[in-house]
Write a protein that binds this ligand. Structure first.
Ligand code: FES
Length: 144
């Protein structure tokens, strides 16, 4: 299992070269290195976690304001593909309503990332499924 990712590495040149050679776009690498939405929202309205078929785990916390996603953060115990996908999901849903968040799929995230290795596409799926699981739980709670 991959180690939990918390901070951006200090010397990124080697990492960039390695990920570029593996088939990651600059955009995906930027997300992986800067990790702009990594963490946890303490007073989140929505929270969920999920383990993928690879054994890696993600958690998401979401804060809502006036029916819109005001903030979201992921905790990722996973690979560069998983981290870049999770960060892209947050940029997609921030400021949007739940219907839009629900419409996010693997293709939407892939478009943002531009390119990641084919064998890492399931990592996008994990980020999306974690989001959808959280939204399902929230909707269920709202309708109870
Ligand atoms: Fe497990 Fe990427 S290999 S999330």
């Amino acid at each position: 299992m991959t180690q939990i990712q918390t901070a951006a590495p200090t010397d990124t040149r080697g990492v960039r070269e390695m990920l570029t050679a593996s088939g990651y776009s600059k955009k995906a690498i930027d997300y992986y290195i800067s990790k702009p939405h990594m963490g946890q929202i303490p007073d989140a309205d929505i929270a969920s976690e999920m383990t993928g078929s690879c054994g890696d785990t993600m958690g998401i916390t979401i804060k809502m304001e006036n029916g819109l996603v005001s903030d979201a953060k992921y905790q990722v115990m996973g690979c560069a593909g998983a981290i870049s996908a999770a960060m892209a999901v947050v940029d997609l849903i921030k400021g949007k309503d739940l219907d839009y968040a629900r419409s996010i799929n693997d293709g939407t995230v892939f478009q943002v990332l531009e390119e990641i290795p084919v064998k890492k596409h399931h990592c996008i799926q994990l980020a999306v499924k974690t989001l959808q699981k959280a939204l399902d739980a929230y909707q269920l709670r709202q309708s109870a």
